[in-house]
Design a protein around this ligand. Sequence first.
Ligand code: FES
Ligand code: FES
Length: 160
Amino acid sequence: MSDRIEISVTVNGQTYQRAAEPRLLLSDFLRHDLELTGTHVGCEHGVCGACTILFDGEPVRACLIFAVQAQGHAIETVENLAPGGPKHLHPLQEAFREAHGLQCGFCTPGFLMTLKPYLEQNPNPSEQEIREALSGNLCRCTGYQHIVEAVKIAAEKIQE
Ligand code: FES
Ligand code: FES
């Protein structure tokens, strides 16, 4: 007998109805059931931040939430930053590209989804504030300096 539970979740403005096992993580639901593989999975226990998504507008770690807990909620993933494709990037994405804020890119979706609401609420952050905002996301490649520079550029772009 299947123990799957029917859920209805809005992801990037589109409502999906799926049957999910109660133990299925939201990160796996997004990646495997909805094929939204922009959300990355690193540690799977809430440390690295690679799986960060917006849950009703708030950044959360999709590896710490079960898919069934998203029932009736609105999710935003990194795919929603540039729905028009690579020629219409979000200012954050443009800034990361300009400032070389990524190398392998594995951490990048998590940084972007952490920073999107942060810059909306803090449009003119100091470098110290940027570093604090990023402190929950791990990057093994960049040394963070280029990411900090990217956030400064993104803040300027968003204010323009
Ligand atoms: S995969 Fe979720 S925090 Fe690392
Ligand atoms: S760019 Fe490789 S982990 Fe951040």
